[in-house]
Design a protein around this ligand. Structure first.
Ligand SMILES: *Cc1c(COP(=O)(O)O)cnc(C)c1O
Length: 386
């Protein structure tokens, strides 16, 4: 049998008809948009993520734009984010006319380097062209960014902090979810993410009541929300059709919420299994590769990816392909070297750690249902390279 990079059918079969039954109930229930499953999932998600509010939205990219709109981010504002990430992280910034400023990552964790973040903020202030406003930290490959250090920098310069946890939702640092430090956590339920649905979906989590209400309005075309009605304000029209702010359509489908309720029920177990797999990989692979993953002290990863470094990365990729082991390279082209982002970039040589990693990293199969025999086959295949 061939080895899967991510095997979601194995998970579906393990759940033994529960997802199919939940989808059927959502179809028959008929509340296909913002149905009761959405409300239930939002409550479950907030409880799991230790946040006061969780709101579903259409995808993990919209989850990033919602707080930026709510905070009034606009032309002349600087938003600091890593370059070594999926492009969605920085993509939302120019939508509002603002400027992404790309920051280098730590060579061990691959997450935003706080020293480089502060240097980038200082350089931006010195240049005087842009106002620093927001930091987007990414929980790359599933592990938490260095939130205590990044939060301290945000406080020093008066910046908002987004935790882009599309890959890392469920990760913790010293027992806390990123929302302990971030103003908002955003996530994606794209199927391949550690907590995925059967299509597109996303969510935002925050402890900030006002921000939550603002985003609840924005995700439904700027609809009237409770704070718009305060001081006894009344409207001539059905407030349902009043736009109080320029919003968008970014809802989580009821069917996807139904899938997610079932998946969230088993997510803690799955995080445990993923960590057991990563531990076995680490033990088996450490003698054979340049570096096995380093998780930040006190951090628990959800292992969206298990990513190693190798001097002859492309040779190893070809060897593993011959052996029937699928691999992936995340990310071969970091954001600051992407054609579309050239005008926001200082070009090749500007982010040396990121540029070194893109030549050396390689992700191996990782999912909750990866059995020990298959792990051993993969370890043996890597060990057999030269
Ligand atoms: C997947 C991903 C996103 C975007 O999520 P979508 O649901 O695909 O829009 C954002 N940031 C990171 C780091 C991601 O991996």
């Amino acid at each position: 049998m061939s080895i899967a990079f991510i095997d979601l059918q194995a998970q579906r079969l393990r759940l033994n008809g529960r997802i199919e039954a939940a989808v059927q109930a959502a179809v028959v229930g008929g509340a296909w948009v913002m149905g009761p499953q959405v409300r239930q999932f939002e409550a479950d998600l907030a409880a799991f993520g230790q946040a006061k509010h969780a709101l579903g939205c259409a995808n993990g990219t919209d989850a990033l734009i919602l707080p930026l709109i709510a905070w009034g981010i606009r032309t002349g504002d600087a938003v600091f984010c890593p370059s070594f990430t999926f492009t969605a992280t920085g993509e939302v910034v120019p939508w509002l006319g603002a400027t992404p400023v790309f920051v280098d990552v730590d060579a061990h964790t691959f997450n935003m380097d706080p020293v480089q973040l502060e240097a980038a903020i200082e350089a931006t202030l010195k240049e005087g062209r842009l106002r620093p406003r927001v930091v987007i930290a990414v929980d790359l490959f599933g592990q938490p960014a260095d939130y205590p250090a990044i939060r301290a920098i945000c406080d020093k310069y008066g910046l908002k902090l987004i935790a882009d946890s599309a890959q890392g939702f469920g990760c913790t640092l010293n027992g806390h979810h990123p929302i302990k430090w971030a103003d908002i956590t955003t996530t994606s339920f794209f199927p391949a993410k550690p907590l995925g649905c059967y299509g597109d979906g996303g969510a935002v989590l925050t402890d900030d009541d006002d921000l939550a209400e603002e985003m609840d309005s924005l995700r439904v075309h700027g609809k009237v929300v409770a704070k718009d009605m305060k001081d006894g304000q009344t409207f001539d029209h059905d407030p349902k059709y009043l736009a109080m702010r320029i919003g968008m359509n970014s809802r989580l489908d009821t069917i996807q919420a139904a899938v997610l309720i079932e998946k969230l029920n088993v997510f803690s177990d799955e995080i445990g299994w993923r960590n057991a797999i990563a531990d076995r990989y680490n033990a088996g692979l450490a003698p054979h590769v340049a570096r096995v993953p380093t998780v930040i002290d006190g951090g628990v990863s959800v292992w969206a990816q298990y990513t190693i470094e190798h001097e002859d990365r492309d040779g190893l990729v070809a060897h593993l392909k011959d052996q029937g082991v699928p691999t992936a390279v995340y990310y071969p082209v970091p954001m600051h070297l992407q054609p579309a982002y050239a005008r926001f970039s200082k070009g090749p040589g500007s982010l040396p750690v990121t540029e070194r990693l893109k030549e050396r990293v390689l992700s191996l199969p990782m999912h909750s249902d990866l059995d020990e025999a298959t792990q051993d086959t993969i370890i043996a295949a890597v060990a057999g390279f030269r």
